[in-house]
Design a protein around this ligand. Structure first.
Ligand code: ADP
Ligand code: MG
Length: 349
């Protein structure tokens, strides 16, 4: 068989883990990223540094690969669409366009009769006046947010006067869900009704950044089944190819809501590297490269802890790990507050 060259847009830790999974399958990876220090250059076969609107650089990238995928959703739709005219981009750019806009994403989910929190588009400050039933809420930028960036909790309308918000950017106001728990479901879809789905993962956020994930999630049978069913409906409706993550809220009355969809591999699925026979990363590569599907099997329960900012330091200094502990250093050059630097997965009985 001829060699497959997989192009990956984005060079963070997810790009690294996709490259590692590809290597195992004898697939070569070329990463395109707008960060000269992108950590994934340590793991891919070839790295191209360029801006996401640099047509020449992108053409150079396209010419080196057979298929293109991405590790984050905030790539301009026009860029993905242009690339897709020359080489297949998976998941399809049209999927990315829906999901990268919080309003389009929630409209899409509601059309499937799947619950989300209540929300409204905010284009100017006075739009908020009639929306007091969405308070307390969270004001979020409609695009480009991640790890809680671009989010402002709002208890009362007057809170907004104190914030210096440029409403021309486009915002969504979401009603705050009284959270009991957060879970996520990761699914890899290979084709019509052809998918592998991991069991729901329980997630704990600190400062709106994922801190801990674990399987099994402590949830009712109902929530277990419903979350998986909803993830399947979403993936099927999108005719998705690759790995997708659905993030859920469970409120204090045991209602399930979809929070958001990530059209990519996801931080909460890092534990699948050690806890399953096939990780979310390998499954993504298999699906987008049209390789055969292997039925997934859980090897062990597991928990994962994100190392954020300087929390990585002691682990870099020769920490002794137990046999059931797996440490990953993303090799980011600079330690920054709130930056995901690495993680540890522990297999548990
Ligand atoms: P990001 O794109 O940054 O991941 P999310 O919308 O997933 O943004 O928000 C990050 C975290 O903030 C969520 O996982 C949750 O803990 C909290 N959060 C966000 N929106 C709400 C909401 N409407 N109700 C309650 N908690 C929320
Ligand atoms: Mg999120």
């Amino acid at each position: 068989m001829s060699v497959i060259n997989l192009g990956i847009i984005g060079g963070g830790q997810l790009g690294s883990m996709l490259s590692i999974a590809a290597k195992k399958l004898d697939i070569k990876t070329v990463i395109y990223c707008d960060d000269i220090n992108a950590p994934a250059q340590n793991f891919c076969n070839e790295f191209i540094f360029g801006k996401y609107n640099d047509k020449e650089k992108i053409l150079e990238f396209i010419n080196k690969v057979n298929i293109i995928t991405y590790e984050f959703e905030n790539i301009p739709y026009e860029t993905l669409n242009e690339i897709n005219k020359k080489k297949p981009v998976l998941p399809k750019p049209s999927i990315n366009r829906v999901i990268q806009h919080r309003i389009a994403e929630k409209d899409f989910i509601n059309k499937l009769n799947i619950r989300t929190t209540q929300y409204s588009l905010i284009e100017k400050k006075s739009d908020l006046d009639s929306l007091t039933d969405l308070l307390p809420g969270i004001l979020k930028t409609t695009t480009m947010g991640y790890d809680g960036k671009g989010q402002y909790p709002v208890k009362e309308i007057k809170d907004i006067d104190r914030m210096n918000i440029d409403f021309s950017k486009g915002y969504i106001l979401e009603k705050l869900v009284k959270l009991k728990k957060e879970i996520s479901v990761i699914i890899t879809r290979f084709g019509n009704n052809d998918y592998e789905i991991y069991e729901p993962i329980e997630n704990i956020h600190e400062d709106q950044i994922l801190k801990y994930s674990r399987i099994p999630a402590e949830i009712s049978k109902n929530i277990f089944n419903q979350s998986k069913e909803w993830a399947v409906s979403i993936a099927e409706e999108l005719k998705y190819i690759g790995t997708l993550c659905v993030e859920f809220f469970i409120d204090r009355n045991e209602n399930l809501y979809v929070n958001e969809i990530a059209p990519r591999v996801h931080n909460s699925g890092h534990l699948t590297i050690n806890a399953y026979n096939v990780s979310q990363f390998e499954n993504h590569v298999r699906a987008v490269c049209s390789l055969s599907k292997i039925p997934i099997k859980k090897i062990s329960n597991a928990k994962m802890v994100n190392l954020i900012g300087s929390q990585i330091k002691p682990y870099r200094q020769d920490m002794k790990l137990k046999d059931n502990e797996f440490f990953y250093d993303y090799l980011k050059k600079e330690i920054k507050d709130k930056r995901k630097m690495g993680h540890i997965t522990t297999l548990i009985p």
